[in-house]
Write a protein that binds this ligand. Structure first.
Ligand code: M6R
Length: 620
């Protein structure tokens, strides 16, 4: 949700900033803009509504010479306040054009601040909340105790701001310095050789350095080409946490695929393997940053899983595994609903927060609410040092590598594996499973890497089918047991990528209403339970299929390759390998991802950047 980057060094800032925006465009693509400082008292701004390619064209038109300089910053926007227009594109500048700002998040008290500034005669050039920040600094810089001191003016302005935001400021007369601040939303420093970066995400500078510094909540960093200084908003020293990025530029590129999403679908076996790697030691499950003891885990009497979107679907699956393995009650809740209904939480409640980005505002607020109520929080996250893991009591990282396609794919599979490992960790601490049973479950999970690879190798018929159905207006998805969250996930993928009406249902619910939607030729995708593992459910599902077939539905059935009963009721049959019941979603999801991506491609849509969406959602 908005990508921001700042650079101070010895090289051409424009190239570095634009390339960083290209890598971060998945965070938002309503507009893009750059500010480049020429080192002689002037800041050149170019910005344009729409995708980065519009800015590229504009830069080509004005000429690169007008954007020469070795300090700069850039922004790619997901609009919150104000339409996605040129006027509202970032950077925003002070009235004298000297101070520039880019921003991610929301300045919640912008309205009274704007009124205060307007009363002093400031004329705003945009409808954004962001612009208040730059005029506040400008006022500080021109009057009072902070006059003429850019850094002190930035601190003074920052102290006036409420909300969740990352801000980066430059000043034409101080071209060697960038000030950046974060309150909740992400900001990371990249430490190069004689150059320094600040960005929303390490992908912005991975090409130049893999040494980074994680910043905490309410921290400010002042960078020059050779130094970075971290403080709180009151200028008290804080220690940033240095870390080395354990993946490289290749991981942030398409690697021969047309879209990141297609590459990420193909990477799922590795994402699964890497997520499980090293988590079984001497027959025991180990988490990453386990700030919860086995005694804490034994005290747990109830589990809540909170998450959004695809991560929520991983949470729904976690319920089946954790309840089965631990006999603990598990509730799964959309993070955006959780804290507003006053859930019953106490010290014995374990809240599992699942988030690929680790910065989703709804999930972060759910974590904070849980902690306020004294619950223990365990985060499952794909982003090292993000805010959700920082504020949690324990962390299990999914090692899926960077996920750049806006639609989550490999992280979903990694989240399922991680959530299941949490279930096994609870089972081992509470003694509901012996060590050899834990090891057996873990080995079964490890074997899924191969099963997913097998599915990926047989996707051509799914692509053909998707192309033939791309003209439909609606597709329904049904499943039972662990197939139900998979159906929800399949529908979400199709909605967000192909802008097609798609709904997922528990198959048993159809006859309670949704069956009224069935009409001649309507495609229905069915995720079958295992014929051996869930024989009773399987036979009920066959009956459900007959019911919709009798009403004209075109049935597309995903089931184990030797499921003869399913094949007899399938207009199209998609085979998957036979797996233990709880692990079936790891293979049954894959055809649904491929199906949605292919429908979207056939309709001519950009599957990496679906309309109206952004990769990480840092506003509630
Ligand atoms: O970063 P998170 O896992 O917290 O994100 C949660 C959802 O916003 C995310 O899964 C979203 O639903 C995806 N676009 C789904 O493909």
């Amino acid at each position: 949700m908005c990508g921001i980057v700042g650079y101070v060094g010895g090289r051409d800032a424009l190239d570095i900033v634009v390339e960083a925006l290209r890598r971060m465009e998945y965070r938002g693509y309503d507009s893009a803009g750059v500010a480049i400082l020429d080192g002689q008292g002037h800041t050149a701004i170019e910005k344009k509504a729409g995708r980065l390619e519009n800015l590229d064209k504009q830069i080509a038109t004005v000429g690169r010479d007008s954007l020469a300089g070795s300090t700069g910053m850039g922004h790619t926007r997901w609009a919150t306040h104000g339409q996605p227009t040129d006027r509202n594109a970032h950077p925003h500048v002070s009235l004298d054009g000297k101070i520039a700002v880019v921003h991610n998040g929301i300045i919640e008290n912008y309205a009274p601040l704007r009124a205060e500034l307007e009363a002093e005669g400031v004329e705003f050039a945009s409808d954004t909340d962001t612009e208040t920040a730059v005029h506040l600094i400008s006022r500080e810089y021109t009057q009072g105790a902070t006059a003429g001191d850019f850094v002190a003016s930035a601190y003074a302005a920052l102290r006036r701001l409420d909300g969740a935001f990352t801000l980066v400021f430059t000043h034409s007369d101080h071209p060697d310095t960038i000030v950046a601040a974060r309150r909740s939303t992400p900001l990371v420093v990249g430490v190069g050789d004689g150059e320094m970066f600040v960005a929303s995400d390490v992908t912005a500078f991975i090409e130049h350095t893999r040494d980074a510094v994680e910043l905490g909540h309410d921290e400010v960093v002042v960078i020059t080409a050779d130094s970075y200084t971290v403080t709180d908003f009151d200028q008290e020293p804080r220690e940033g946490k240095p870390f080395h990025i354990d993946w490289d530029l290749a991981a942030a590129e398409k690697g021969g695929h047309d879209f990141f999403m297609l590459k990420e679908i193909a990477e799922q076996p590795a994402a699964l393997a890497d997520t499980m790697l090293g988590h079984l030691e001497d027959g025991r499950i180990v988490l990453d940053e386990q700030r919860l003891t086995d005694d804490d885990l034994r005290d747990v009497d109830k589990v809540f899983v909170v998450a959004c979107g695809t991560a929520y679907h991983a949470g729904l699956l976690a319920k089946y595994a954790i309840e089965h393995w631990t006999r603990l009650p598990v509730e799964v809740e959309l993070a955006s609903e959780f804290r507003y209904r006053d859930p019953v939480l106490d010290r014995s409640t374990l809240v599992v927060a699942i988030s690929q980005s680790g910065e989703t505002a709804d999930t972060l607020e759910a974590v904070r609410h849980a902690k306020d109520q004294k619950a223990r929080v365990l985060a499952i996250c794909n982003t090292n040092g993000a805010q959700i893991p920082r504020e949690s009591d324990a962390v299990l990282y999914t090692h899926a590598g960077p996920e750049i396609g806006v639609a989550s794919t490999k992280c979903f599979l990694a989240q399922i594996a991680a959530a299941y490992m949490v279930g096994l960790a609870l089972a081992q601490a509470r003694g509901t499973k012996y060590a050899d049973e834990v090891a057996r479950e873990f080995a079964a999970m490890e074997s899924m890497t191969e099963a997913v690879r097998e599915v990926l190798d047989t996707m051509e018929p799914v692509r053909e089918l998707a192309r033939s159905l791309a003209h439909h207006n609606t597709v329904l998805f049904i499943g039972r047991h662990v197939g139900y969250p998979v159906a929800l996930e399949g529908a979400l993928k199709l909605k967000e990528l192909a802008y097609m009406h798609a709904e997922g249902f528990a198959a048993g619910e159809l006859k309670h209403g949704p069956i009224a939607l069935i009409e001649d030729g309507l495609p229905v995708i069915i995720v079958m339970p295992s014929p051996a593992g869930r024989a009773l459910l399987h036979s009920k599902m066959v009956s459900n299929i007959r019911e919709i077939q009798a009403r004209g539905a075109r049935t597309i059935v995903i089931s184990e390759a030797d499921d003869v009963a399913a094949q007899t009721v399938a207009d199209h049959f998609i085979p998957i390998p036979s797996t233990p019941t709880l692990l079936q979603p790891l293979v049954s999801t894959v055809p649904l991802q491929v199906f949605a991506a292919t429908v979207a491609q056939t309709r001519g849509y950009d599957v990496d950047k679906p309309r109206n969406l952004a990769k990480s959602v840092t506003v509630e």
